[in-house]
Design a protein around this ligand. Sequence first.
Ligand code: NAP
Ligand code: ZN
Ligand code: ZN
Length: 360
Amino acid sequence: MGKAPEEEHPVKAFGWAARDTSGVLSPFKFSRRVTGDEDVRFKILYCGICHSDLHSLKNEWGNSTYPLLPGHEVVGVVTEVGSKVQKYKVGDRVGVGCMVGACHTCENCENNLENYCPKMILTYNSVNYDGTKTYGGYSDHMVANERYIVRIPDNLPLDAAAPLLCAGITTYSPLRYYGLDKPGTKVGVVGLGGLGHVAVKFAKAFGAIVTIISTSPSKKQEAIEVLGADSFIVSTNPDEMQAAMGTLDGIIDTVSAVHALVPLLFLLKSHGKIIMVGAPDKPLELPVFPLIIGRKTIAGSCIGGMKETQEMIDFAGKHNISPLIEVIPMDYVNTAIERLIKADVKYRFVLDVGNTLKAA
Ligand code: NAP
Ligand code: ZN
Ligand code: ZN
């Protein structure tokens, strides 16, 4: 008979978890596995709060299991490595993003697209191969196979680097894959939140001409002056939407809630494309005529593979791309989630886990 999961997982850990669909987080004790031969263990210093954490905490996608301990923008410093680990050593600055496992034999895995593996194991709200639950980065430490560990470039501050591990790769990957990374390309970004503001930074670094489409007029000045967007459209203003019709080659849509697609399709040039990365819990309405007229495409994209995630963060290091963040203490997390619901954050909350998480 095999050992009980708690015997296999004798390393004590603690963090903040939700116990039910209220999504309210409170201190939580659990355990993680011992460091395996190919594992890297690290002390968590910072963890970003992604809107997917909010969807999951409140079971908006219908797949949450409790206790649910979120966090998939996790960074820190290596404390232990397994005997077969090649790339990392104690003291290295590293991170973990949205996944911690995959089958490593399917076509997607063989093509470094673990993110599309049918057996992908998410960093939280998922099940490890040994049958135990995965718990995320709102916690004191993390252990993962080295394939899922990302090295943080030396010049990036650790707190601001955290959001790159989800918001960064989720926007970098579709900009690249769908050819929106060419100088002069006219790129629209819908929703100026965690993902959206990083999308603007990457698109600008690729040399694109960037238009933000937002519901928040209050974000305009900073979007232009600080983020470097070329223009800013308030989506509820029909005159501004009308004036921008037929101007964009592609749009990255990061909106977390149900919203109208047709006005966005009208912003595209012929043959233009909308890439959905936002993940509303309910279906969007899609009349086909606006697609047929002008041969337009609507597509999707899910995070990115590990090879591309390292490439993305190295690119961010080279181009000094740092998300704009509000660093908060652990016991502010429930207030932060409430503010995230109201889109009241510029542009990503990052938990100061290292300094403020107290033992449960
Ligand atoms: P976020 O920081 O909350 O940003 C979302 C932005 O969408 C808001 O700041 C707001 O921008 C806009 N928005 C919100 N409600 C809206 C509404 N009802 N109508 C129109 N616009 C609205 O969220 P995030 O962390 O960037 O995540 C965005 C979405 O991407 C979430 O659904 C998340 O689960 C999903 N996601 C997907 C992937 C993937 O792999 N595909 C990865 C990570 C996250 P304005 O104020 O500018 O309008
Ligand atoms: Zn995320
Ligand atoms: Zn696979």
